[in-house]
Write a protein of this length. Structure first.
Length: 418
């Protein structure tokens, strides 16, 4: 099918999803989860083909982002089950007003309609997006990247089996067959066919959607995440947080890209940072982190001198920009100049410093003594996520069920006229 034919079929499926009750949607989600796990052999085989085709053309870190295992498929299925267990957002009364003239005005949560998602090489996005769209009464049109197309196709086929088993139209979840830029443009320009467009991927994809979309678009994803180590930080805690935020999965948007250190502790802390992220990891046979240092940091430890763009780059790799700042105000000022508004953290035992940081840093998620890696729908008790919104209108942070709904007013009267 062409992209337009897929969108027309998605529009035709809207009424069935909009009118589906909670029990029907939950039954479909549970059937989809079972079908994912039952179809794991086909999904893993398709993923193996994607991995083989991509090897040599993308980095090992990005290959990990693309790769599926039985454990990851199990986690995808569990994510779908968790969405089934969440409260249904559709039809929720957000506000009720009784007017003096006898009118009752209710504001109700309602589905968006057709939600299109453009994403790149993370196959798990396929099931996360489909589950959230279904539970919130939306039809989902997915456009994945060419590196993950076989994986996404196998996942969608499994999800559609679950939909059919529950009596819902298979077209409630669709995968665009064209992975060229043309199909992305078609989704961006599908006025009247797409109610909400969500890009998930690198800075180039997100910028292209935000600048060119004619349909409503939510800016998501790009994460230049900071960890600021304050003068009053527990250094062992800070090192644990930094290593987790940088190395646990460097290819994702909530990974740390910048470490800022208070000037008063730089001479003591930076050598410990290098021992933990470079020397210690090398000795343990792990991938070391390349430290890109500003002038003040380079005066204390060895590393690569930071280039002009290093504090504005989402590396998605074992690379960390390191800078020295003059306290909370300096850290907040640096973050204001370089952050993408995703996730930023302070490590400190000083509550006043933490509260000042939280007030000054205007990001979707601001952490005190915790890793930025927790910015995730599952970790925020949303089941899974459609993406991390870094804008402020409509949705901010991990996008779950509520963020996939709009609202309408329902007015009940007894014959009133104005």
């Amino acid at each position: 099918m062409t992209t337009r034919e897929i969108l027309l079929a998605a529009q035709a499926a809207r009424p069935a999803l909009r009118c589906a009750g909670t029990e029907t949607k939950n039954a479909a989600l549970l059937a989809m989860a079972d079908s994912l796990w039952g179809g794991r052999a086909a999904i893993l085989a398709a993923n193996g083909e994607d991995i083989a085709a991509a090897r040599g053309s993308i980095s090992e870190v990005m290959l990990d982002r693309l790769a599926l295992t039985e454990e990851r498929v199990a986690a995808m299925a569990e994510g779908v089950r968790q969405v089934a267990a969440l409260p249904d957002p559709v039809g929720r009364v957000l506000r009720t007003v009784e007017r003096p003239n006898g009118l009752t005005i209710r504001r109700l949560s309602v589905p968006m309609g057709v939600v299109a998602i453009i994403y790149e090489s993370r196959p798990n996005v396929t099931s996360d997006a489909a589950a959230l769209a279904l539970k919130s009464g939306n039809v989902c049109v997915l456009r994945g990247g060419k590196e993950a197309f076989r994986s996404a196709h196998a996942i969608v086929e499994a999800l559609r089996e679950g939909l059919a088993e529950a009596g819902l139209p298979r077209e409630a979840v669709s995968l665009v067959q064209d992975t060229t830029r043309q199909s992305a443009r078609e989704l961006m320009e599908a006025v009247g066919l797409v109610d909400l467009l969500i890009p998930r991927g690198g800075a180039g994809l997100i910028r292209s959607c935000v600048e060119n979309a004619l349909v409503p678009c939510i800016q998501t994803g790009t994460g230049i995440c900071h960890v600021y180590v304050d003068r009053d930080a527990d250094p062992d805690m800070a090192l644990d947080i930094i290593e987790n935020a940088k190395t646990s999965r460097p290819s994702v948007c909530n990974a740390e890209e910048v470490c800022l250190v208070h000037r008063d502790i730089a001479e003591d802390f930076l050598p410990r940072l290098k021992r933990r992220l470079v020397d210690g990891r090398l000795a343990a046979g792990l991938q070391p982190v390349e430290l890109r240092l500003d002038r003040a940091a380079a005066a204390v430890i060895d590393g690569v001198p930071a280039g002009e763009a290093d504090f504005d780059t989402e590396f998605l790799d074992y690379i960390l920009a390191v800078g020295v700042v003059d306290g909370v105000e300096g850290a907040a000022g640096h973050i204001s100049a370089h952050s993408t508004g995703h996730s930023d953290a302070i490590v400190t035992a000083n509550a006043a410093a933490a509260e000042r940081f939280i007030a000054l840093v205007d990001s979707a998620a601001v952490y005190w003594n915790a890793s930025t890696r927790f910015t995730d729908g599952g970790e925020f008790a949303l089941g899974c996520e459609m993406g991390i919104s870094t804008q402020k209108l409509h949705a901010r942070g991990p996008m779950g069920l509520e963020e996939l709904c709009s609202y309408k007013y329902v007015i009940e009267g007894t014959g009133q006229t104005r």
